[in-house]
Design a protein around this ligand. Sequence first.
Ligand code: ACO
Length: 435
Amino acid sequence: MTDKSSGNAAQLATAADRTTELPILSGTVGPAVFDIRKLYNDTGCFTYDPGFTSTAACRSKITYIDGDRGILLHRGYRIEDLAEHSDFLEVCYLILFGELPTPAQREHFVNGVTYHTMVHEQITTLIRGFRRDAHPMAVMIAVVGALSAFYHEDLDINDPHNRLIATYRLIAKMPTIAAMAFKYSLGQPFMYPQNHLSYAGNFLHMTFGVPCEPYKVDPILARALDKIFILHADHEQNASTSTVRLVGSTGASPYAAISAGIASLWGPAHGGANEAVVQMLAEIGSVERIPEFIKRAKDKDDPFRLMGFGHRVYKNYDPRAGVLKSSADEVLDLLGKKNNPKLAIAKELERIALEDDYFRERRLFPNVDFYSGIILEAMSIPTSMFTAIFALARTVGWLAQWNEMVEDPEQKIGRPRQLYVGADERPFVPLERRG
Ligand code: ACO
């Protein structure tokens, strides 16, 4: 795929009688952008865009979202096709290296990930320092950040080999760390990874297995989880990815950057929404109470929002939610949990919301978090692990974006400017003359 993002037109911008030309850059598909890099030098003005609603911060070849049409492409491939025909490690390869792997490349990559799954034994001591009721995301932020203390050599981020090793390590160790955080909360022994298992199967083994008896991975659960991993693998410049890029732009260790990404993902407006959706469905409790909650979601004086609804970029059905909705039916049926009350409430909630003017006018549709929690809960995965699972799946996206940023000659340290509205310069007032 060629990069067509060169200047192909220009627009004039004038501020305080100083004029500059703003070249317009076009990508492969999607909206063009004004190149404003010379704006301040030429006019003495910045742009103002809280929440980055109109700002592209980088060029990227990894993921494309058409929010109006509800399309998500990784390296040009539709997410629906990847979820249906591929598996998570193959999608990781695609996201990282730009092409689907050949059989030999696939085997090499899967081996590379498989043989990095163990963590340093000292990590167990680190985890034991936490209270038993620590949220798995809190433990993951700390442990992933701490990996920077175990792998000093990765600090040479300009060495592609070092970056590749860090990439393998993080993708491989994330399920181990997430499962350890869960086991610790239960007071059960940590389970070591098993190299003969698949990526998702190994996570299930480390999460649900115990040392006193063999654990048999259910292929239905492993495939369902693998699909959830695929659907969460990358999503271009969202809050957590932008956090990873921003931290990485300072030259910080990738382990520190990914730890910051996990922290950013945790919030309920981002990855934490999958946990919040299940709590919301439990609170709604029955189909009859849905109108009451729809009314609350529309009330500007009530902080309640329909969790799992709305998206900064999608103004149409999030394609990941579509895949998960059919997957929820399939998985719950296979698990003999077809009559799950939360799924019934979720579907009715979606139906009512999509017919309601408030949601239609604002183009609010279900997002990826709306159905994922229901599937995870049916798989007996505890609510507190939902966002941890999102984080382990998103790690590949964060790493691909971090690698792309490090290799991009145009990237500089991320340093936004501000519109200062505080006090102007004034003389210091000694303590005795204050108040
Ligand atoms: N329920 C009720 N109203 C909503 C919702 C919602 N879930 N989402 C947006 N709105 C309303 C807002 O109140 C606002 O209304 P107004 O124009 O009358 O003021 C309008 O829709 C636009 O919403 P914004 O908050 O300005 O949109 P923004 O792009 O900033 O926020 C976000 C997107 C954070 C995802 C928002 O839709 C939300 O809070 N959703 C619920 C949380 C959620 O599901 N997050 C997961 C997102 S996907 C992910 O990160 C993995």
